[in-house]
Design a protein around this ligand. Structure first.
Ligand SMILES: [Zn+2]
Ligand SMILES: [Zn+2]
Length: 58
């Protein structure tokens, strides 16, 4: 579902969609169109998927 408004990430006015993970309203340049995941969550999921190296950060 799309509606115009301010992107929660870059604060530009655009047609927004909701991130499937966090529910932020994000513009097309701040969302992965394949996954429907915003760049902020994508960063998180990418780290989660790669897994290694972030287990214990001292
Ligand atoms: Zn944006
Ligand atoms: Zn998100």
């Amino acid at each position: 579902m799309e509606s115009a408004g301010l992107c929660d990430i870059c604060k530009k006015t655009a047609y927004l969609s909701s991130c499937v993970l966090c529910g932020k309203r994000v513009c097309p340049s701040c969302v992965d169109p394949m996954k429907g995941v915003c760049v902020a969550c994508k960063r998180g999921t990418d780290i989660g998927l790669s897994g290694e190296g972030i287990k214990e950060l001292d």
